[in-house]
Design a protein. Structure first.
Length: 320
């Protein structure tokens, strides 16, 4: 039987690809975290990249070119700050059909530039190519300013889990748009343009965060990456999770569970991190704890209120 991307899965493919990649002496942190870390003559550089593909990550009838630009920049900048780093530059690759209006590409560029400007980040280069669908590839660079990176592998038993930023808003917006509606506007806008808590990444690093990740695939899924990398068990306390009124309204209108939006919705690019209890910064909300694995709950497990979560835990490409 021929193995396909569907049977391999997103993370199976990543593991297979990265296993054979060469790793030079300049690579301090390779594939597996929110961004890579390279040694450079005057310090250490953090690098990450993401793709947006029309029809998969955005639709022209749902999002303007400007929205796509803001989103493309935001998801990469969030990966940089999730390492505790300060974003410094972006490189952009763009593909589009020959009959796409030039104005669309220029509007996309403005969205990229405006999001980057929030952090005084420069767009320093890129590439363009003709393609059947619109494809946007952004590579982001960042500086650790002399600090060590905050990895997914540093969580320790006894740490508390805390979050900064919004959870579930983009997923609620997707649910609304998927039903053919455009309100509540707040959640629709959240789907179109995420609002990562950029300042909180370096702030968490300075406060002593032991691990950190941006919530791009879903809270449970992304905490799962930390649990696996750190070889710990993480428990989420559902009562500690805020469920704002717009999410409740969307859940009631669509027959969904508002808590599911918060637990499994991605693309808000909130930050989730682990800290010693005394180190949790003001403005971060404690939502869970870290423990050692055991026979009933092996290391790498994420639970909700002490129980294994049933159902999809977040987004994964190539999942059948």
């Amino acid at each position: 039987m021929t193995e396909t991307l569907g049977s391999t899965g997103e993370f199976g493919l990543i593991e297979a690809v990265t296993r054979s990649l060469p790793r030079g002496e300049d690579v301090l942190v390779g594939p597996g975290d929110d961004a890579a870390v390279l040694a450079v003559p005057d310090g250490r550089m953090v690098i990450t990249t993401d793709l947006l593909v029309e029809g998969r990550h955005f639709r022209q009838d749902w999002s303007s070119a400007y929205d796509v630009g803001r989103k493309a920049a935001a998801q990469n900048l969030a990966d940089i700050v999730a390492m505790g780093a300060r974003p410094t530059a972006l490189v952009v690759g763009f593909g589009g059909p020959a009959d796409l209006p030039t104005a669309w590409a220029l509007e996309l560029n403005q969205g990229l530039a405006d999001e980057a400007e929030l952090l005084d980040v420069s767009i320093v280069g890129g590439d363009t190519v003709q393609s059947d669908k619109i494809v946007v590839s952004v590579t982001a660079f960042g500086s650790l300013d002399g600090r060590s990176p905050v990895l997914r592998s540093g969580a320790r038993p006894g740490d508390e889990v805390a979050v900064a930023g919004r959870l579930g808003w983009a997923e609620a917006g997707y649910a609304v748009l998927n039903r053919g509606f455009r309100s509540p506007r707040t959640v629709v806008d959240a789907h179109r343009r995420p609002q990562p808590p950029y300042a909180e990444g370096p702030r968490a690093a300075l406060a002593g965060a032991s691990s950190m990740c941006d919530v791009s695939d879903g809270l449970i899924a992304d905490l799962g990456h930390i649990a696996v990398a750190s070889e710990v068990v993480i428990d989420i306390r559902s009562q500690a999770l805020a469920i704002p009124e717009p999410l409740q309204a969307v859940a009631a209108a669509t027959g969904a569970d508002a808590l599911t939006f918060v637990l499994t919705g991605g693309e808000d690019h909130a930050l989730v991190a682990t800290f010693e209890p005394a180190d949790v910064p003001d403005g971060w909300t404690v939502i869970g704890s870290v423990a050692e694995g055991n026979e009933s709950l092996p290391a790498g497990t994420v639970t909700v209120d002490g129980a294994t979560y049933t159902g999809a835990t977040g987004h994964a490409h190539f999942r059948s």
